[in-house]
Ligand binder design. Structure first.
Ligand code: ZN
Length: 95
């Protein structure tokens, strides 16, 4: 199924992902790894007089949830960034 080009009306169009990806999301990914948060949680628990194991486990869980949310957000972003591209007049257009 092709979508007609809004510029020239040609059906010679393709659908593709927009290359405009948010780079800051990748930074977030790198910082919110379960390992990093587990280390953070262990350190925090230690400073509060709690066993580092509990802090580490809590940090790993929080990190896992954060990564899940971030990844889900990425998928949503990708879906909304699908664009149409006309091979006839070389224009791209939102779908
Ligand atoms: Zn066109």
């Amino acid at each position: 199924m092709t979508i007609p080009c809004p510029y020239c009306g040609s059906h010679n169009t393709t659908q593709q992902f927009s290359s405009n990806r948010n780079i800051s999301d990748f930074d977030l990914d790198a910082q919110l790894t379960p390992t990093a948060l587990a280390t953070l949680g262990a350190g925090l628990a230690k400073s509060q007089g709690v066993s580092p194991i509990y802090g580490g486990v809590a940090g790993a869980i929080v990190g896992g949830v954060c990564q899940y949310v971030v990844k889900k957000k990425h998928l949503t972003d990708l879906k909304t960034k699908m664009i149409g591209y006309c091979q006839q007049c070389n224009n791209s257009f939102p779908l």
